[in-house]
Design a protein around this ligand. Structure first.
Ligand code: ASP
Length: 347
């Protein structure tokens, strides 16, 4: 190996080992963090659009924080409440505003996990449940199961009296236009080369993967994590990503950390990204920043899996990482001080 190459290899190993590529450093005394997934690349959103995204994340943080601090709510309650705010906000790819499948439906996935006992609940492929994160919580608390899908999940949501809506509720003009643009691109492909069902838009600046998630630590020190999404734009109908898969998109264990992931779900499933971040803390005894960096900027990046994650450890240390050019995210301290960021932190 020639010298410059050896030097570059050593430098990148050192950066990875020290976690320098992780975003936001290791932030102490955080009670709640949220993410809005991988958004547009820097420079694509107008200032007004950026303000709206920031306002959405800030609202989710404040709602969750108020529950935790004033009402002494549990971390599960805070995670559910913060995610509901983002599901109701059409700017994010979860609940209203979800992306479309290639055949023009909104199929929603969500999961939640309780760090106290590793109880978990999830729903996948639901089309009429207004807040899928609440359905996930109901699966966790009111059934002996972990994951319910499509019609079965919807029937269950009806039985436990969650709010149901017409599928048209989830449709937004912006997402519909994106679908139409994508369809045109597919039709322009030479025959036999259609990327039908392959969700990556060749135009990488228009990904719109803005899945949402939250991690919280309550006054008792219990952790919880949740994630909710419309999945990847132009996915095949019936496709399920990592967001409702415990260990892939969501994980929480009071002895390590709470994690919510976002990105190209197939990679997060195959690499079991969320539970791997926890395993890094447990077995390698690294901190949250190093753990998230190893998985997101190390393993997933090497494999070609684009994405990011937020992490909150058992002591309230928060960190995040993205191997993409954005990760909408924010965090809030016990005293109410908060911060929202949309792009990777500069090293
Ligand atoms: N991970 C989600 C999925 O693959 C998409 C995202 O995070 O934006 O369904």
């Amino acid at each position: 190996m020639n010298r410059p190459l050896i030097w570059i290899c050593c430098m990148s190993l050192m950066l990875t080992a020290t976690g320098v590529q992780a975003n936001d450093g290791l932030v102490e005394d955080v009670v709640l963090a949220v993410h809005g997934g991988l958004g547009e690349s820097p420079g694509v959103l107008t200032a007004e659009e950026e303000r709206a995204v920031r306002a959405g994340l800030e609202k989710a943080l404040k709602v969750g924080h108020q529950l935790l601090q004033e009402k002494r709510a549990t971390s599960i309650e805070a995670v559910e409440a913060a995610i509901r705010v983002l599901e109701d906000d059409p700017l994010f790819n979860a609940g209203r505003g979800a992306v479309f499948t290639s055949d023009g439906r909104n199929e929603l996935d969500a999961s939640i996990m309780d760090g106290r006992n590793r109880k978990a609940g999830a729903v996948a492929g639901v089309t009429i449940v207004k807040n899928p994160i609440s359905a996930a919580r109901a699966v966790m608390e009111r059934t002996p199961h972990v994951l319910l899908v499509s019609k079965g999940a919807e029937e269950f949501a009806r039985q436990v009296q969650l709010e149901l809506v017409d599928p048209s509720y989830f449709k937004t003009e912006k997402r519909w236009r994106e679908l139409e643009e994508r369809r045109k691109k597919e039709q322009a492909q030479p025959q036999g080369q259609s990327a039908l069902g392959f969700p990556l838009d060749p135009d990488q600046t228009r990904r719109h993967w803005s899945t949402v998630g939250a991690v919280a630590r309550d006054a008792q020190g219990h952790l919880a994590a949740g994630t909710s999404t419309g999945g990847m734009s132009y996915k095949r109908y019936g496709r399920v990503g990592d967001s409702p898969i415990i260990g892939a998109g969501t994980f929480a264990d009071d002895t390590t950390c709470a994690v919510s992931c976002t990105g190209h779900g197939e990679f997060f499933i195959r690499w079991q990204a969320a539970s791997d971040i926890s395993a890094q803390i447990e077995y390698r005894q690294v901190d949250a920043r190093q753990a998230v960096d190893r998985v997101i900027n190390g393993k997933l990046k090497t494999a070609g899996g684009e994405g990011g994650a937020i992490v909150l450890d058992r002591k309230g240390n928060y960190s995040s990482a993205t191997n993409s050019d954005s990760l909408w995210r924010g965090w809030i301290h016990a005293n109410g001080e908060l911060r929202v960021e949309l792009y990777p932190a500069k090293p």
